[in-house]
Design a protein around this ligand. Sequence first.
Ligand code: FAD
Length: 485
Amino acid sequence: MGRNVRRVAILGGGITGLSAAFYLKRHARERNMDVEVTVLEASGRLGGKVNTLRKEGFVIERGPDSFLGRKLPMLHLARDLGLLDELVGTNPQATKTYLASGGSLKPMPKGINLGIPNNLGLFARTSLVSPHGKLRALDEMRIAPREGDGDESIGAFLERRLGREMVEKIAEPLLAGIHSGDLYKLGLAATFPEFREMEKKHGSLIRGMMEAKRLAPTAGAQAAKARAEAVGGYPIPPTVFLTFRNGLSTVIEALEKHLREDGTEIRLGGEVVRLEKASAAYRLHLKDGSALEADAVLLTMPGYASLPLLAPHMELGPLGDMEYVSVANVVFAYDGKGFGHRLDGAGFLVPHSEGLTITASTWTSAKWGHTAPADKRLIRCYVGHAGDDSDVELSDEEMTDRVRSDLRTLMGLAAEPQFVEITRLRRGMPQYGIGHAEHVAAFRKRLAAALPGIFATGASFDAVGLPDCVRMGQDAAEQLLAFGE
Ligand code: FAD
């Protein structure tokens, strides 16, 4: 790093900020560069949304619970932190997923992937979609692709191709669950770009999905090879999702340890409230009245916290109006004796049209063996719809009652929980609207011109998954180093 960029401030101590700090220190050292890094975290703890509670023998995730193993940056980070032997996979017996329909749970229809039929024989047999809905879905193979390159909402795209019934009954609970959003507001290009690619390449999503299924064994073998290479052949579980046996906070704790040993300053309670251009650097004003100078600054907090710091210096554009969805995570711990349900699967999804408080549930102790003692059970339920925060703001008591009532209706579960843990993640899910990727690119261009040496990244910008956050941290570290060279 050049003489003019020695002090770097990283705002936000979530997975993105900590990964950025880790790789910045590491690459600077490899290149014999001298760089002082300060991580400023507003709250009293590191990790941001990653937040594991270890209680009475249970491993409870209050935010994310796992990550996609085929996305390699998280595996690289686990390797770099010496955590490969801590990785655990899902229980191979707990693969079944259910869908709430008419007040009870039905097995997720077969022959459908991400809400799109990929085996027509199996799809024809599902009772969850009416005969008319199925015929309309099959028409998809005859509908010409949309012309032009403009973005559209996922809801509009899927309705155009597969019809409204498929969107409401199948795609909405599956896809909206991933982003906790409104399918008619989420932009296709920033959330499921592969769908548009299939439409363009195969002229049909169904044909594209059937082709992907045909190629799955080859793609799977390639992914397994890449994964093995990423961890130097270390035998890690081969499952789609992975986590750490003591919870995701394991990676945060390891990052903190490495950073402190490496001389990185970590300031908890370090909320930055104003950013000022100083003569050859930037001055950051903290809520506690103190200030700090830095030659380069990386903002990794959610957009609703980072963008106001930039607004006095530049035009934010459409990103300034970005929406966020609040969600609550309600975890029930039970004694296995008298529990009264087999938990024969990974959990269930609930379409909005069912009118329930729960939007989805993970049968955590069945899916992840490490999360509960053998004689206990753990269930996690999600609450919160796009555009309506009322359920998330229910009192703890009322939320518990409503969720338990839904569990009684859907699963016949009446057991008394040993304890309940409720976590509200207000504005927890950024909503990538129509044209989001273009808005981010244009915003970054304006940022580079208005405030050279200031970078903004994190889940509000490019992607929400944990491996993507690690990758964004790695990329930001490279940008900071390149800026100083
Ligand atoms: P954050 O974790 O939000 O961290 C930002 C940090 O910035 C926070 O610690 C905050 O306190 C701090 N901060 C804010 N303002 C300031 C300020 N002014 N000054 C200094 N610091 C500030 N992803 C997966 O891959 N798998 C999952 O299973 C999964 N499940 C999820 C479940 C839920 C309920 C939610 C909400 C998200 C889930 N995600 C999942 C997404 C993933 O958890 C997030 O995208 C990711 O953790 C975001 O990390 P981040 O570091 O970018 O931001």
